[in-house]
Design a protein around this ligand. Sequence first.
Ligand code: GLV
Length: 379
Amino acid sequence: MRNIACIEDLRERARRKVPRAFFDYADAGSYAQETLRANRDDLERIKLRQRVLVDVSSRDLGTTILGAPVSLPLALAPIGLCGMQHGDGEILAARAAHAAGIPFCLSTMSICSIEDVAEATRTPFWFQLYVMRDRGFIGALIERAIAAKCSALVLTVDLQVLGQRHCDIKNGMTVPPQIRLKNVLDIGTKPAWALGILKGKRKTFGNLAGHVRGMEGVTSLAQWTASQFDPSLSWKDVEWVRSRWPGKLILKGILDVEDAKTAAKTGAAAIVVSNHGGRQLDGAPSSISALPKIADAVGADVEVMFDGGIRTGADVVRALALGARSCMIGRAYVYGLGAGGQAGVAKAIEILRNELDVTLALTGTKSVRDIDRRVIAQM
Ligand code: GLV
């Protein structure tokens, strides 16, 4: 991990180490990628106030998420196919998160299963749920998350149908990787990745294989989502999930004030302001532009988390200033995982920790809990 100074360096390294189909899958947004770009552009437009001659000799990055202490206001977001960025990717990311004192969230569409991660780690993790047509299976999945002692359930509400990512079609992105000449040649240049995957526990969706029909063969994510995900999902189903899940519930993918108000009435402990990393509704506003209105409307009733384009410690300060209590990082850690497995994820978290610490100092702020709109110079 020498010569790695920032998240973009991890991204460049991951690009060289991970087969193109999987790097692109994580890196891309949907359609023309307008929302993907807006997430970053709008964050960068927010300028921070440089404050001087404030005693910042002791700074505190710790806070709580859902009442649990964390060393940083960050959680690792659920990432589909995380274990295709690096063999056993979910286990490695969970270990790095726990070592850093922040929560890890496992995706329904992970490669390692809930049980694999529970067995390999000691600290409880969060589980992200997609609701599929087969409610019997979803009920069983919730039971598995309960049995694994997952500490929160993150219900994703913005993916009833999949936004198209053009690169997945062009790359023939499938799980497991398709034996096409182009893919084989590409994987041939990434031997460390191939070895990691070969040695890894699983090569396909660990939570689904053997449980859901049609999971046995090679499938494209788009085809599979279209056949399995439930487009009829509604607020009534949130109630259905809540009645089965006794623990803390987080609703992820809220971008509209009206939806946020409804979400706050469901009894969810937190919402995540998110446009799925610019991977779903292209043309939707950036997450950061949606955040202040939502935080003003429901911040007193429900914990507000932010997701969408975090690449620096300054971005974390921007999101906290505009009303988030904490942030999720997705690509920022996925690049680390692709670049260097567990050490790469640890590096990504360390980079953000150091940048956040310096940003606090240079904005004259002593604790992340003190960050509010006063740190913003202009938008
Ligand atoms: C799944 O969550 C995806 O964004 O591909």
